[in-house]
Design a protein around this ligand. Structure first.
Ligand SMILES: Cc1cc2nc3c(=O)[nH]c(=O)nc-3n(C[C@H](O)[C@H](O)[C@H](O)COP(=O)(O)OP(=O)(O)OC[C@H]3O[C@@H](n4cnc5c(N)ncnc54)[C@H](O)[C@@H]3O)c2cc1C
Ligand SMILES: NC(=O)c1ccc[n+]([C@@H]2O[C@H](COP(=O)([O-])OP(=O)(O)OC[C@H]3O[C@@H](n4cnc5c(N)ncnc54)[C@H](OP(=O)(O)O)[C@@H]3O)[C@@H](O)[C@H]2O)c1
Length: 503
């Protein structure tokens, strides 16, 4: 996390939200009611990001139905005892990358409700209506809102659930438990969390757990995991005011990666630090566009999860690899074209010869890999990067050259190298003895089509269980980490937990 205090950053950011609370806005409340901490819960969800929010919305909508919804048959008409535990101090969606002007990568129709129930109160259209912007939004003529508006939409949805969300709760362990009446089977789970402000540890007992903890910033070797001058892209908006205080200063900055985050950061630095020298270090030959063409985009249809799950593991892995350029290591075409224009403008201003190019303030350096990072934190320089430069092997019109080593001193390096999604492995470490096939070294948790963790036969009672969200890409396909299917998936999870009668 770049060694920077995340909480400070969040505080700094909070003033930048688009919503200005005036105290007069009436609070909307969902059908979900608060449950005392010491009561046995029906469901505890870990993390209150978009995936859990979609579950909350689907549960509200199911309770909204006149008569008993078949999706809630397990409850026999009583209200569900549900709680969401979130470590952030308020609902916040990748706020460290909430850059001005950044657009959504998905149509607003794939909001928290529409694809499951277009008549739900939680549609993006209803949000616009309730916030008096429906007509003006229509005039924008777009399906892609700004990210700040979509975050505001999700905050608006989240506001309905304040009675059932505990913020500042960092969950660190889920422990299986057996009651005297359970015939030796696990029939509840104890969710342990720490209050991020007070340090207080609390526990909640529940029949069902959903882990929807999202991704963790991935900082690959050789970058240090914690260093004041090395920041992951997820912290960009928090760290820049501290690391790059003076917008006019001629900072030397490196950005590593060739995905959307790297491109947005490179573009943002160009606009906000006009005198800085910014180098975008990419492994490949060029920035590449994300494929969002309509036929390919069908992989994000909710119905595709069935066929993906049913495929053989070998075919599924091959298909996911083939479609990777819809999401990973790629850039939206519009942004890519804008960056090309920025680079082209430098050709006009500074010239195009290799010697002139070396003086450009903003450069994309292809075929580069950082091999070593040396700490210069005692000096004002920040860090020294040792970089393998393989570009001479690819140069056109010149005899093929040897790779070179390049050394670059920078004030700051932004590592836009993506995320890993394995929080559940840590949280479930106490439950590994219940794993299907036994707790073999390196064994991973497996889920069924309805996202329910497959425990070993007879180990966990039918009326209890754990569901995983957002970490099932290898079995459920590329939509798993995204917003694409959240409305329908939220409904599926509600049905899976509350809809199947168990004796
Ligand atoms: C900058 C950025 C922009 C994106 N834009 C798009 C887009 O336009 N379209 C799209 O489809 N996808 C987009 N994505 C992909 C993104 O994964 C999804 O939008 C979405 O955030 C997934 O929701 P989630 O709830 O699974 O995970 P997250 O949004 O990561 O939410 C997980 C939540 O769990 C909390 N948490 C984690 N661990 C714990 C714990 N131990 N205890 C308590 N709480 C915990 C976190 O604080 C977080 O609030 C974007 C991703 C990034 C990084
Ligand atoms: N406006 C928006 O909506 C918005 C903004 C930002 C991000 N996002 C979303 O957020 C998700 C993550 O995007 P992201 O850009 O953060 O991550 P990403 O797509 O996973 O890209 C990570 C990049 O880092 C590179 N990389 C990984 N390890 C490296 C190493 N050791 N050295 C050099 N490069 C390395 C990867 O290269 P390889 O692929 O070659 O390994 C890849 O180019 C995506 O879903 C994206 O669409 C959306």
């Amino acid at each position: 996390m770049g060694g920077t205090d995340r909480r400070d950053g969040e505080a700094a950011y909070a003033t930048n939200r688009i919503r200005v609370e005036n105290g007069n806005t009436p609070k909307r409340r969902s059908h979900l009611q608060r449950t005392a901490q010491d009561e046995l819960h029906d469901l505890v969800c870990i993390g209150f990001g978009p995936a859990s929010l979609a579950i909350a919305v689907a549960l509200h909508d199911a309770l909204d139905m006149t008569g008993l919804s078949p999706d809630l048959s397990n409850l026999h008409g009583r209200p569900p005892k549900v709680e969401f535990l979130e470590r952030q101090r308020q609902f916040s969606w990748h706020a460290g990358m909430l850059l001005p002007g950044a657009k959504m990568q998905i149509t607003f129709i794939k909001d928290m409700a529409t694809l499951r129930n277009p008549r739900s109160e939680f549609t993006f259209i209803n949000y616009l209506h309730e916030n008096n912007r429906l007509v003006e939004f229509t005039n924008l003529n777009t399906f892609l809102p700004q990210r700040i508006e979509y975050e505001d939409y999700m905050q608006w949805c989240a506001g309905w659930f304040e009675d059932v969300v505990e913020y500042n709760q960092d969950v660190f362990q889920i422990m299986p438990e057996k009651s005297p009446r359970s015939n030796g089977k696990t029939d509840t789970f104890v969710v342990m969390s720490k209050n991020t402000r007070t340090g207080e540890i609390t526990s909640r007992k529940t029949k069902h757990v959903v882990i929807a903890a999202g991704g963790r910033p991935s900082i690959p070797k050789p970058f240090p995991q914690r260093h004041p001058k090395v920041a992951h892209s997820s912290q960009f908006y928090y760290t820049t005011p501290k690391l790059l205080k003076d917008p006019q200063h001629p900072y030397k900055i490196a950005v590593v990666g060739s995905g959307q985050s790297a491109a947005e950061i490179f573009d943002n630095l160009h606009s906000h630090y006009p005198n800085a020298r910014t180098s975008l270090l990419i492994k490949g030959a060029a920035l590449r566009p994300s494929d969002d063409s309509p036929f390919v985009n069908e992989i994000f249809n909710p119905s595709r999860v069935d066929s993906t799950y049913a495929q053989s593991p070998r075919l599924r892995a091959a298909t996911i690899a083939e479609d990777r350029n819809t999401n990973y290591g790629v850039v939206r075409l519009g942004l890519l074209e804008r960056i090309y224009e920025t680079i082209y403008t430098q050709r006009i201003r500074y010239g195009s010869s290799p010697a002139e190019e070396a003086k450009w303030p903003h450069r994309i350096l292809p075929h580069r890999s950082v091999t070593r990072v040396e700490d210069l934190s005692a000096s004002p320089e920040g860090v020294k990067l040792y970089i393998r430069d393989e570009s001479p092997q690819y140069e056109f019109g010149a005899p093929v050259g040897e790779e070179k080593e390049e050394v670059m001193d920078v004030d700051v390096v932004f590592v836009a190298t993506g995320y890993t999604r394995n929080v559940h492995e840590e949280l479930l470490s106490d439950a590994r003895g219940l794993m299907k096939g036994g707790a073999r070294e390196g064994a991973k948790w497996e889920v069924s089509r309805d996202y329910r963790v497959q425990f070993a036969e007879g180990k966990v009672s039918e009326d209890a269980g754990v569901w995983l969200q957002g970490c099932c890409e290898s079995t459920h396909g590329l939509s798993d980490t995204l917003l694409s299917i959240l409305a329908t998936r939220g409904g599926e999870v509600v049905k899976s937990i509350f809809g199947s009668e168990v004796d």
